[in-house]
Design a binder for this molecule. Structure first.
Ligand SMILES: [Zn+2]
Length: 286
């Protein structure tokens, strides 16, 4: 199946693309803030050594992961959680406004597996900011350089549109422009095209899935719980506890570094591991 194959081959392809794009990615201007330069090595400048030693996060055991059904309409599936009984959860983070160097350092140094769903306007700090990010110290601080550094730290960079619209209010062509435009930008700035898409607010229709497919997306990824300031988890299920296979949604917001530390410690205290989303999705869709 197309989706499985694509996930399987992404790492190698991404690595080659990153190496190939080293020249142009390092040459952009106005693109890296103070903390982006903290690593003497930008991923683009030192492609072979910048590659993480191996995938971060728990990997699926043989036979562990249930199957996510392939939609009969041939369009990308919409996934909210991973079918497993192992105590493993998956971390995702959205938008890209507050580019906190402390968060980047934790992802890198503790080797925490996380998928970042980025919006162009947030990463580039264009226009009105997310009201919840107002007052942040690092709004748009490193722009795409920060996202490149996150990728160099082992995160995967995925698609969350250019302008964060409510997609079902748009026609096909405008939805496609939002999704394809973002994939192109991510590829240009990180060397690797996204395979996952998260619609803003979780809102999508059939045109969204059609457009996503046309832009090379394998699946739409939603979530089962959101992480609030202070690392508090807000569940979308009645029994208010972490479940195996949960997908947690964070945002790039002020206080992220502290909140992220609290969250990761909480997950571990509850006996859960943080899983490698790519590997689990591949196992669930093969
Ligand atoms: Zn968002």
């Amino acid at each position: 199946m197309a989706a499985g194959k694509s996930w399987a081959t992404r790492s190698a392809a991404a690595f080659m693309a990153l190496a190939a794009s080293a020249g142009c990615a390092g040459g952009t201007t106005g693109d890296s803030g103070p903390q982006a330069g903290s690593g003497r090595t930008s991923p683009a400048a030192s492609a072979p050594s910048a590659r993480p030693p191996g995938p971060a996060g728990a990997l699926p055991r043989p036979g562990e992961v249930g199957r996510i059904p392939v939609p009969s309409d041939g369009l990308p599936p919409v996934i909210s959680s991973i079918p497993t009984e192992r105590k493993v959860v998956f971390l995702t983070i959205d938008d890209g406004w507050e580019q906190d160097p402390g968060f980047l350092a934790q992802v890198r140094d503790r080797r925490i597996s996380i998928a970042a769903f980025v919006t162009r306007d947030a990463v580039e700090a264009r226009g009105a900011t997310d009201p919840t990010a107002q007052g942040g110290r690092f709004l748009g601080a490193g722009k795409w350089g920060y996202i490149r550094d996150l990728r160099g730290a082992g995160a995967t960079i995925e698609n969350h549109t250019l302008t964060h619209p409510n997609l079902p209010a748009l026609g096909y062509e405008r939805q496609k422009a939002e999704i394809c435009g973002t994939s192109k930008l991510i590829r240009r700035h990180t060397g690797s095209a996204p395979t996952l898409f998260r619609p803003p607010f979780g809102n999508h229709n059939t045109l969204t899935r059609k457009a996503a497919k046309a832009c090379g997306i394998d699946a739409l990824l939603l979530w089962t719980a959101t992480v609030q300031p202070g690392g508090k988890i807000a569940y979308q299920v009645p029994d208010k506890k972490l479940r195996p296979g949960d997908v947690l949604l964070l945002h790039f917001r002020p206080g992220l570094s502290r909140d992220f530390r609290i969250l990761v410690n909480k997950i571990k205290r509850r006996g859960f591991e943080i899983g490698n989303l790519d590997a689990y999705l591949k196992a669930a869709t093969r």
